[in-house]
Write a protein that binds this ligand. Structure first.
Ligand code: FAD
Ligand code: DLZ
Length: 516
């Protein structure tokens, strides 16, 4: 047979199953299509990243001797749909089947499965670039009524041998999270990211992204993501040498000025295939054994990749398609319009949103405890928030975005991602960041014109969801505090929160920026 080997924009890995054992007459296809940039309005950095990385990867494939069919956005015959484009190219090149590795999103997997015998056979291959397959995860899930990441992670450590000394975890503990909660307390110097050279291919790809999608979030001129394996490896080396040692202790810290702190910013490169999660974990492990990097940092970092990243992917593939429709806290509110333009006088929200607009990046605690927490407290509906997270971050693909947003942030999945919601008041934000000193609201006040809105929203959220949450053993203490409040105090908080919620302007239309 003569196959068309379809490589998707987030499958830019030479060892991809699609490319294995390719017959000499096989044609490798990469397709730039507008549908993938528009099904949610992706940040222009994200589109630029995909276009640039796909074009560089195509060159590498040609250098390796593959025959290539490459559809550009400007090609007049481009159908602008991945499935249709693959079928068009297959027909054009006389191929008799299409092979593709499992895509990162259910919608494409389903579309491909439905086409299996329609025009010509589609052969779907398992993605081997993760530590576990969906089938491995389904085995682990079997019989568990309350799956927890921590237990999955320990098995992953044993299975891979990462940070294992015989049967024991390195450093004598599985998890060093209690050492990883320090605020920055006056630290002002942080590692600066490598600046990546932009060659003609990259410059053209970025220009094409900006020209085709001018209404999307972001300004392409400050793009600095790695678009080749070489650039991604340079980011990895930089992280290991400059930031890993402090990754642990400042993992939960938030800064008013600095977007990256001691985070790796490797997610986009890993998600599109430029780096393998295994080599990233192994690089961190080597730094522990050979360079004396602290165990709390190395274990914390490896847990994010070997634990969380695999866990969310396993949940995604075992729970879809029903997972996307979950809304256990019955949240109905539209997304506030300032998620698209950062025009809000809440300092922490303004900074997290502006950094997102500037870099198509926010670190985990900004995503979870600032923009996510705010949406949770306000009762924003899952589909609106999930579409936003999917659109604005360069690393966003539904397999990883959805469980984090719908599950971890909105607690809409009945507790698969977390045994309690990550809800917090202004007090938490004040403890972990330096935003509040520069904000017009005070985290110390609960009601009144200067009170931090997170405070009244926090209690309002707990009151609104009491029926669902108050029997959760991890929420008992906080519901005890709520129940001890006087009726007058509860009324005042309710009024404060409801007046704030009434003033929120919903985003206009589906996902697109509301500025005109
Ligand atoms: P680091 O802090 O340096 O962490 C190292 C690596 O660990 C990351 O690169 C990532 O691969 C992995 N990781 C860390 N936390 C998680 C997690 N919760 N789930 C999965 N992997 C994790 N991550 C994405 O890759 N794509 C997304 O679309 C995405 N959406 C998110 C949405 C929300 C609401 C939240 C709360 C988190 C989301 N995350 C997502 C997880 C996490 O925030 C990002 O992986 C991280 O911020 C990327 O930055 P980094 O590479 O500097 O990470
Ligand atoms: C995100 C994205 C964008 C913006 N553009 C393309 C594209 O033109 N061609 C392509 O193959 N992939 C693109 N992607 C990534 C896909 O959306 C991704 O492969 C699926 O979401 C599955 O993970």
């Amino acid at each position: 047979s003569k196959p068309l080997l379809l490589v998707l924009g987030d499958q830019l890995t030479l060892s991809l199953p699609t490319l294995e054992d390719a017959p000499t007459d096989a044609v490798v296809a990469l397709c730039e299509v507008k549908e993938e940039a528009r099904y949610v309005p992706h940040h222009v950095h994200k589109i630029g990243l995909f276009l640039a990385a796909m074009r560089h990867f195509a060159r590498e494939l040609e250098r390796k001797g593959f025959t290539l069919a490459y559809s550009r956005l400007d090609d007049p015959h481009n159908t602008h749909s991945l499935v249709e484009e693959a079928e068009r190219l297959a027909k054009h090149h006389g191929c008799d089947e299409i092979r593709v590795t499992r895509p990162g999103e259910w919608r494409l997997w389903e579309a491909m499965r439905q086409r299996q015998e329609a025009v010509l056979p589609w052969r779907l291959l398992e993605d081997t670039r993760f530590f576990t397959t969906p089938a491995d995860f389904a085995d682990w899930m079997r019989g568990r009524t309350q799956p927890r990441m921590e237990y999955f992670y320990r098995e992953q450590r044993k299975r891979t041998g990462l940070l294992m000394e015989g049967d024991e975890p390195a450093g004598g503990q599985w998890n060093f999270d209690h050492d990883n909660r320090e605020p920055l307390k006056g630290r002002t110097h942080f590692p600066t990211l490598p600046h990546h050279h932009q060659d003609a291919t990259t410059r053209q790809a970025l220009a094409d992204a900006a020209r085709h999608f001018p209404e999307h979030m972001g300004d392409i001129t400050n793009f600095n993501l790695p678009v080749t394996r070489r650039q991604a490896l340079s980011d990895l080396r930089h992280f290991i040498a400059e930031a890993l040692a402090d990754f642990g202790r400042y993992q939960d810290a938030i800064s008013d000025r600095e977007p990256y702190l001691y985070h790796s910013r490797l997610s986009a490169a890993m998600n599109i295939g430029l780096l393998s999660p295994r080599e990233v974990c192994e690089a961190a492990e080597r730094s522990y054994y050979e360079k004396g990097a602290p165990i709390n940092a190395v274990e914390g970092f490896i847990r994010q990749i070997l634990g969380w990243r695999e866990y969310v992917r396993g949940l995604y593939w075992t729970q879809m398609p029903g997972y996307k429709r979950e809304n256990r806290l019955n949240a109905r509110r539209e997304l506030p319009s300032f998620y698209w333009d950062a025009k809000t006088d809440l300092r922490c929200m303004n900074r997290a949103l502006q950094m997102t607009i500037d870099n198509a990046y926010a670190h985990h605690i900004q995503r979870l405890m600032i923009t996510g927490n705010f949406a949770l407290l306000c009762g924003v509906k899952p589909e609106a928030l999930c579409d936003w997270y999917l659109a604005v971050y360069a690393d966003a693909s539904e397999w990883v975005e959805l469980p984090n947003t719908l599950g971890m942030v909105l607690h809409a999945d009945g507790g698969l991602m977390g045994s309690k919601p990550y809800c917090a008041s202004g007090k938490y934000i004040d403890r972990m960041s330096d935003h509040c000193a520069q904000c017009r609201y005070s985290p110390k006040q609960l009601t009144g014109t200067h009170a931090c809105p997170f405070n009244s929203l926090y209690w309002h959220f707990l009151e609104r969801n009491a029926e669902r949450l108050q029997d959760n053993p991890r929420m008992k203490l906080i519901y005890g505090s709520l129940n001890r409040m006087s009726d007058e105090k509860r009324d005042a908080i309710r009024q404060q929160a409801e007046s704030f919620l009434r003033r929120l302007t919903p985003e206009k239309g589906y996902g697109l920026p509301c500025h005109t």
